[in-house]
Design a protein around this ligand. Structure first.
Ligand SMILES: Nc1ncnc2c1ncn2[C@@H]1O[C@H](COP(=O)(O)OP(=O)(O)OP(=O)(O)O)[C@@H](O)[C@H]1O
Ligand SMILES: [Mg+2]
Length: 715
């Protein structure tokens, strides 16, 4: 049964550390030499680089065809009937097709038009919200006839549900589908589930593989309407996936719409950021203004530095090239900032987007002609010496390292979507060949606390769950131990959640935060705890433009609390709530507060409050008694306590790691004895952020079991 179909014959055509301070902004970047002008042998299995080129029929980048004409030009389009037949025939199907061939936008529409979903929904997962939202928007536009997102085509991402009763094609983040499974393990809302970008192997996708497989089986055994599963990607190890899904059928759709030329550097470059800038200006000098550029770097700081550098250099009199519109894209940005990258650039202006791996898979940014791939990414690694550093995501150490070959192909695939393109790889061909083939699945390197809790609510212990690739044993044990300390389970082997554990699962947030909410009414501070948790779940409400940093800090000084960042943010929200509706915009402007984000905090708080009411919690407020809130934070964040030990250095009580207070914290320079933190940022040093001061005797009173089990000693 392990045959692979090859559909069609359009023939693929792909011709082809953090050292910011050393930059002087006025330095001219050293030119980078690229060889292999016409790119190279393809990745052996996936990219058929030697095939006949399916040349673009439109001259350059901006699409001049109608949206329906664009659809018809996609390699997948004339394989529609064959694909429908295969989906009808197989209960599980793997679909492999090159980047941009039309998998994500077209396959759900094919299934919909053939009514394979019958009276259920077609659910399509994406690893990231930017992709889920932008693709839903595109598909709604393709369906046309005035279809708006939220009607026939909708999306669901955390704290934002744009679906309605009419929705049949639902794009969502993998995390959202996993949450839905907690409430209905048979996933009865769906008759077809497409797990897209499966190669990314996010922790949620990996868990979903097992969940959908189980749901399919349960429905089969109970004679319920069958669940079809489709696994899709442009770059994945088909055999490994097929084996896991009971040797299911795999199909390969050949062909891509537009060719992408590959260019490797002649020699290796240590300073990949400078190399990105140099390569950008090489393109900028000659390319027509409407040829946009997408640069892949690793994280926020690096991306902002690169953007500044490009901005400054482009203004120098001897730099030739059209005006620039520079966008950045990284996780910490607000939703609207992230979505702004899709705006077309003004006439005669070049758009340049500098992004983390958010733009690496799935998305189409119209107009991108050039991709510059630094070859680097930040990988979140679970380091067992310093576990439980980042309670929001459960991720600990962020390490800059080389990408995998799969990632390189995905990055390349962001060009060549609406016209032919180029990809400049800032590494040599031999460096590419030395890269690992696929990225290590997140499940094997991340903290499993949240996922273990979710699995328990579905009746599985992570130690016995049917993972495609098992996570390390220590990681599972560590997560189970943490859940015991949070009170979600009685002991590490338990498969049954305690009543608190069950309630924790009702909140779409990590267990550390749901525990804080669930403890808060006892401390008489539920109102404040909800605001703080909502603040931690949303994008930053503070705007601190580099040019007006001091002014922003000064005007917000009145909110500063000696108790730290969380209480300071709480003060801001409290003040905002007291401002009359029609003055809020001006107030936000005056205090450098992002109005959209602070309103989103309010929405999240309302949603969490609704869940509290369902759990029978009564909302109470501690008013000015903020010790109650500070104590309550310990109930969930007890592993994130750091003690001052010498010379501005702090040491974490849990894993004895050395950390420092982040310069952006209101406690920076104040050296409080003991702080609880919500986040760790690692650059050349390990910084803690989101701080609240606490008193040592509280820890013993609030989490005596933890103090005992870890033999915690506080001076
Ligand atoms: N927002 C958009 N604007 C313009 N064209 C788009 C847009 N979204 C999709 N397209 C067109 O549709 C094509 C197919 O996109 P789709 O996302 O379905 O490809 P895919 O096969 O899923 O690619 P990938 O493997 O990169 O996810 C793109 O190559 C592009 O030509
Ligand atoms: Mg796709």
């Amino acid at each position: 049964m392990d045959t692979k179909y090859n559909i069609g014959n359009n023939n693929a055509q792909m011709n082809g550390m953090n050292n910011k301070n050393k930059f002087q902004i006025r330095d001219k970047p050293t030119p980078i030499l690229f060889g292999n002008k016409n790119g190279l042998p393809p990745s052996p299995k996936r990219m058929k680089l030697n095939g006949k080129e399916n040349k673009a029929t439109i001259p350059n980048n901006k699409p001049k065809l109608s949206i329906q004409e664009q659809r018809k030009k996609l390699p997948i389009f004339d394989k529609r009937n064959k694909l429908i037949e295969l989906v009808q025939k197989h209960k599980t199907l793997i679909i492999l097709g090159e980047t941009g061939s039309g998998k994500t936008t077209q396959i759900p529409q094919f299934i919909y038009s053939a009514q394979i979903h019958e009276n259920g929904k077609i659910g399509v997962t994406q690893p990231r919200r930017v992709a889920a939202i932008s693709i839903a928007t595109r598909v709604a536009a393709e369906i046309g006839q005035g279809t708006q997102v939220g009607e026939l085509v909708g999306y669901s991402v955390r704290f934002q549900d744009e679906t309605s009763k009419k929705t049949k094609i639902k794009f969502m983040t993998d995390g959202m589908l996993l949450r839905e499974a907690i409430f209905d393990r048979q996933l009865m809302e769906y008759n077809v589930i497409i797990l897209d970008e499966a190669h990314e192997r996010t922790i949620h996708t990996d868990v979903l593989f097992g969940i959908v497989k189980k749901a399919q089986k349960l429905r089969e055994n109970r004679d319920l309407p069958p669940l079809k599963i489709i696994i899709m990607s442009a770059t994945m190890d088909v055999d490994h996936f097929s084996q896991y899904f009971n040797n299911c059928q795999a199909v390969y759709i050949e062909g891509r719409t537009y060719p992408v030329s590959l260019h490797y550097t002649v020699k290796p470059h240590d300073d990949y950021e400078a190399a990105c800038v140099a390569t950008f200006f090489k393109i900028h000098k000659d390319a027509p203004p409407d040829h946009d550029v997408l640069i892949f770097l690793t994280g926020q700081e690096e991306i902002e530095t690169c953007a500044n550098r490009i901005r400054t250099l482009s203004k120098q009199p001897d730099v030739i090239g059209p005006p620039l519109k520079i966008y950045t894209l990284y996780a910490a940005q607000s939703h609207s900032q992230q979505m702004s990258i899709f705006q077309p650039s003004p006439a005669n202006t070049r758009k340049v987007i500098i992004s983390t791996n958010i733009a690496e898979t799935s998305v189409t940014i119209s107009g991108i002609k050039y991709v510059i791939d630094s070859g680097m990414d930040i990988l979140q690694m679970c380091n067992f010496r310093c576990r439980t550093f980042h309670p929001t995501t459960g991720l600990e150490t962020l390490k800059v390292q080389r990408i995998s070959q799969e990632q390189a192909w995905q990055r390349t695939g962001r060009a060549g979507r609406d016209s032919e393109g180029h990809c400049y790889r800032l590494y040599t061909r031999s460096q590419f060949e030395l890269m690992r083939k696929a990225t290590i699945p997140e499940i094997q390197r991340a903290n499993l606390c949240t996922v273990s809790l979710q699995l328990l609510s579905l009746g599985f212990h992570s130690m016995h769950f049917n993972f495609m690739d098992k996570p390390p044993k220590e990681s599972i044990t560590a997560a189970s131990e943490h859940l015991v300390l949070l009170g979600a389970v009685e002991n590490i082997a338990s498969v049954v959640l305690t009543p608190i554990g069950k309630k924790m699962n009702k909140f779409p947030i990590d267990p550390h935060f749901s525990k804080i909410i669930l403890s808060a009414s006892e401390f008489g501070c539920l109102e404040e705890a909800l605001i703080v948790v909502a603040l931690m779940s949303a994008e930053s409400i503070l705007i601190t433009p580099q040019s007006k940093r001091e002014q922003a800090q000064q005007v917000r000084q009145k909110f500063h609390s000696a108790y730290g960042d969380l209480v300071t943010l709480l003060n801001i929200v409290r003040e905002f709530n007291s401002v009359a509706q029609n003055n809020r915009k001006a107030w936000c402007h005056e205090h450098f507060i992002n109005m959209k984000n602070i309103l989103h905090v309010k929405e999240i708080k309302d949603q969490l409050e609704e869940i509290c009411c369902k759990c029978g919690l009564s909302i109470n407020s501690c008013g000015g008694q903020l010790d109650q809130l500070r104590k309550c934070l310990i109930t969930g964040l007890f592993t994130n306590v750091a003690e001052l030990y010498r010379d501005k250095q702090y040491i974490t009580l849990d894993k004895r790691n050395t950390v420092q207070i982040h310069p952006s914290s209101v406690l920076h320079g104040q050296l409080p004895h003991l702080v609880i933190f919500t986040e760790v940022v690692q650059t050349n040093k390990c910084y803690i952020r989101g701080l609240t001061t606490i008193e040592s005797k509280w820890i013993q009173d609030i989490v005596p079991e933890y103090v005992k089990s870890k033999n915690i000693k506080i001076s």
